[in-house]
Design a protein around this ligand. Structure first.
Ligand SMILES: NC(=O)c1ccc[n+]([C@@H]2O[C@H](COP(=O)([O-])OP(=O)(O)OC[C@H]3O[C@@H](n4cnc5c(N)ncnc54)[C@H](O)[C@@H]3O)[C@@H](O)[C@H]2O)c1
Length: 347
């Protein structure tokens, strides 16, 4: 088996590779990434996680060549401008990378005889959804360029699937947990870091929003399942990827982090404007289809794993919300220092 992963050099990619090595030891793995966050490593001394791949290609998905798909059995499409703040600032690049290139590479993959295409979508497609848990059949309500890019990709991918080219869209909950390229712009990772370096968790909202979470290691397992073990069901299918037990209200999440780590105060911003990103999601379809590949971890395990990683790399930046491990900060810095142009192409 040969799997090509686009966007493999971010937060999820290196963890996905570990999961592929675990579940499918003889798989050939090729990565394709333009390396925006390549230096943002946690492990000391730094070892590039890409040493675990068979082949790494440095390139932009906007200039992808079909020769990279020769002998590939499955494509996992992770490449993205990967959250709302970046999507708002770099809207054109977000549409190109997250949406147009997904379609173009899927078309090329189909033509090259690839059998499975897996797309990393997001539960943010549901927008504001507090009244009831959203299922895959619920109406989507994308509120941002990032969420719209995911909805448009899903819709247009549907037309490409057939019995020789299966497409799976996984609408992931917000990720959390340890990775060689840790991100701190994800709610649980933010809370653990704040508690550890500042002894407090300052919630930027009033704490009421609902947010489903998934451990990044479970995300890797879900992607393995979709690319190699989803043998039944429609040629095109969508799954909410997460677990029903991991729908949390942000304030409860903060208190759980506080009680696992100890010595932490939680402060809520009572004056915050209502957060439009609040949604509860139903993950039953995924649990039924993926079986043992569905999430199994406890939240306490994930919190402890992030704490241990931060301790291991002696992370002590109290203003971590401005640090290199915040994707928007790092990307903006690359633009300001004229390494990237305004379309996020390397200069
Ligand atoms: N992290 C989450 O909470 C979460 C939740 C739901 C869905 N997702 C999706 O999962 C995927 C991976 O997320 P992540 O957290 O690893 O994001 P990330 O920002 O850490 O990594 C994205 C990777 O894509 C690469 N990339 C971006 N533009 C590219 C281009 N033009 N050409 C080649 N490579 C390019 C980047 O260099 C980076 O390595 C994304 O599609 C994201 O939308 C993530």
């Amino acid at each position: 088996m040969h799997i090509l992963i686009t966007g493999n050099m971010g937060y999820v990619g290196p963890v996905l590779v570990q999961q592929i090595r675990h579940h499918l030891p003889n798989t050939k793995i090729t990565g394709f990434d333009n390396g925006y966050f390549a230096p943002c490593l946690t492990n000391q001394p730094a070892v590039m996680p890409e040493t675990q791949l068979d082949h790494q290609i440095f390139g932009d998905v906007r200039q992808f060549e079909s020769e990279h798909l020769k002998d590939v059995d499955a494509v996992i499409y992770l490449a993205a401008i990967s959250n709302d703040p970046m999507g708002n600032l770099y809207e054109k690049a977000t549409d190109e990378i997250n949406h147009l290139c997904t379609l173009e590479i899927a078309r090329q993959a189909k033509q090259a005889g690839v059998k499975n295409f897996v797309f990393a979508s997001s539960c943010s497609v549901y927008g504001l959804a507090e009244d009831s848990s959203r299922t895959e059949n619920s109406k989507v309500n994308p509120l941002t360029p990032y969420a719209r890019s995911k909805v448009q990709s899903e819709r247009e991918l549907a037309a490409l699937a057939d019995s020789d080219f299966r497409i799976t869209c996984l609408r992931f909950a917000t990720a959390c947990g340890p990775s060689p390229r840790l991100r701190l712009d994800l709610v649980l990772n933010d809370f653990v870091t704040d508690a550890l370096v500042n002894g407090t968790i300052s919630i930027l909202s009033d704490g009421s929003p609902w947010r489903p979470l998934i451990d990044v290691r479970d995300m890797g397992t879900a992607l393995v399942w979709a690319s190699a073990f989803r043998n039944e069901g429609p040629n095109f299918d969508i799954f909410n990827a997460g677990s029903n037990e991991w729908n949390f209200q942000v304030k409860d999440l903060a208190h759980t982090v506080g009680s696992v780590l100890g010595n932490t105060t939680v402060s809520i911003n009572q004056d915050a404007a209502p957060d439009k990103r609040s949604y509860q999601v139903d993950f039953s379809k995924f649990a039924a289809a993926a079986g043992s590949f569905a999430p199994q971890r406890s939240l306490e395990d994930t919190i402890s794993a992030v704490r241990d990683l931060l301790l291991h790399c002696h992370f002590q930046e109290s203003d971590f919300r401005e640090s290199d491990w915040i994707r928007l900060c790092y990307l903006r810095q690359l633009v300001q220092t004229k390494h990237l142009d305004s379309e996020l192409k390397w200069i």
